[in-house]
Design a protein. Sequence first.
Length: 239
Amino acid sequence: MTLLAAERIKLFSTRSPWWCLVAAVGLTVAFGAAVTANPSAGDAVTVPHTQAGYEFGLAVILVMAALTITTEYRFNTIRTTFQAVPGRVSALLAKTVVVALTSGIVGLTGAFMSLGVGKLLQPSADLALDSAGDWRAVAGVGLVFMIAAVIAIAVGTLIRQTAGAVALLLAYSLMVEELIRLIPKVGADIQKWMPFNLAKRFLNGADSGLGPWPALAVFAGYAVVLFAIALVTARKRDA
């Protein structure tokens, strides 16, 4: 509990995480509202429409989570952390738990605020959470943000440089998976199994040979494997 408290204090004692958390909620709600207010011609507004902005909030969460570890390396406070905590794994686990839980709360906040704004903008639309799919589309945003935060911390631990980690995370999550689809013949098949595409399939319930919950499980599997590699690497090299 002491480690968790220490990481919580470190996370919220500077302004940048606060700005990132506010921006994540704001972008999620703003872009969700834009899509809900201007649906495509002939399309009925549904619950997933209200969540269209989650990817923009997710991008901010990736940056924020990466910064929590790369800034420690930048200012060399990670050395003090590892000296205070004999087991490096414990310190990194505590940081990851705090950041992931915070990201999950932000995801839930943004998702339910987006739903509420959608109801205000389209009062005649059926935006009640009447099915498991509707609940998953909204509450599932919190789970996706949590897992994405773990991925970002793992990448930050491996790269250690803020610019490199942030550039890699944003380029990959926003562009790479979409570009892979353009590979002739095999691109679409490869894209189905890429992490952020799996997260999207979990939220929107798209059936491409893998159900929503298995898709989330594979997405989480990517995070676990990447985080395990980051822990092993952090233990072996100098701080």
